[in-house]
Design a protein around this ligand. Structure first.
Ligand SMILES: [Zn+2]
Ligand SMILES: [Zn+2]
Length: 250
């Protein structure tokens, strides 16, 4: 059975529709038994985003908080169907972990499947994107088989998002189909709470565990199922923090 050692997509009150501090989120991660936690507040194009300086001042925070290894990054916004995002590449390069998501304030309305495929195939080529966030939304449906092949080839991790069970219910059947496509194509996944509070982190992965059990999804493909998997993934992505984090987790 898969059991996460990290939560790789969470928000603090730096995104104003989340409610706890980084310290409080780290303490909750410890209470959940996690070894690592990624703080990924919203990129600048979201109405509740912190100022861009938020993403350049992490030296103010320690690598380990409350015994939990911290990864500092962002939930980056997709801005167009060519795979444009709301951070300069140089800034993404310096982050520990980036999740990229489609949010309706940045990408209003529907996308055709063709547009959604184009968008994700372009994102797959971006070297500084680590993970694809809550991409199962029905109004941005894409060809899971085609695109997860490209994600697997380019070491992009597909997120299964616990908060989707609360806020994106229309996409839950898609989540199952996406998970199967990842399994078929050897695409790595992450189990994330996308918590906007400590309460949401507490039970944020439980429904995802059941989803994985339904199809006997293998632990080897889950980047946050073990410290080894996570460190291997950071190395695969060429992340500068990989050695430091490996030294702390392994
Ligand atoms: Zn999001
Ligand atoms: Zn989020």
């Amino acid at each position: 059975m898969v059991q996460a050692i990290a939560d790789l997509h969470t928000h603090t009150l730096s995104s104003s529709h989340a409610y706890q501090t980084a310290d409080q989120m780290a303490a909750q991660a410890k209470a959940c038994g996690y070894r690592a936690l990624a703080i990924t507040d919203h990129g600048a194009a979201m109405p509740d985003a912190p100022h861009i300086w938020h993403f350049g001042n992490w030296r103010a925070l320690p690598r380990v908080m409350d015994g939990v290894v911290m990864l500092y990054g962002a939930e980056v916004n997709v801005m167009d169907t060519k795979g444009g995002v709301d951070f300069p590449q140089g800034q993404l390069a310096g982050m520990d972990w980036t999740v990229v998501s489609i949010h309706s304030p940045c990408m209003p309305g529907l996308l055709t499947e063709r547009e959604a495929n184009r968008l994700w195939l372009a994102i797959a080529e971006n070297p500084y994107i680590d993970c694809i966030g809550h991409s199962e939304q029905q109004n941005y449906r894409y060809d899971y088989d085609l695109v997860t092949k490209a994600f697997a080839k380019n070491h992009k991790v597909v997120e299964m998002n616990g908060n989707s069970f609360n806020v994106r219910k229309d996409g839950i059947p898609n989540m199952r189909a996406l998970l199967r496509a990842c399994l078929n194509n050897g695409c790595h996944i992450a189990l994330d709470s996308d918590a906007h509070s400590t309460r949401q982190m507490r039970e944020g992965l439980h429904k995802l565990y059941s989803l994985l059990e339904e199809i006997d999804f293998p632990q080897e493909l889950v980047v946050n199922a073990s410290c080894q998997n996570l460190v291997k993934e950071l190395k695969l992505h060429g992340r500068g923090c990989a050695d430091e984090i490996g030294g702390l987790l392994l």
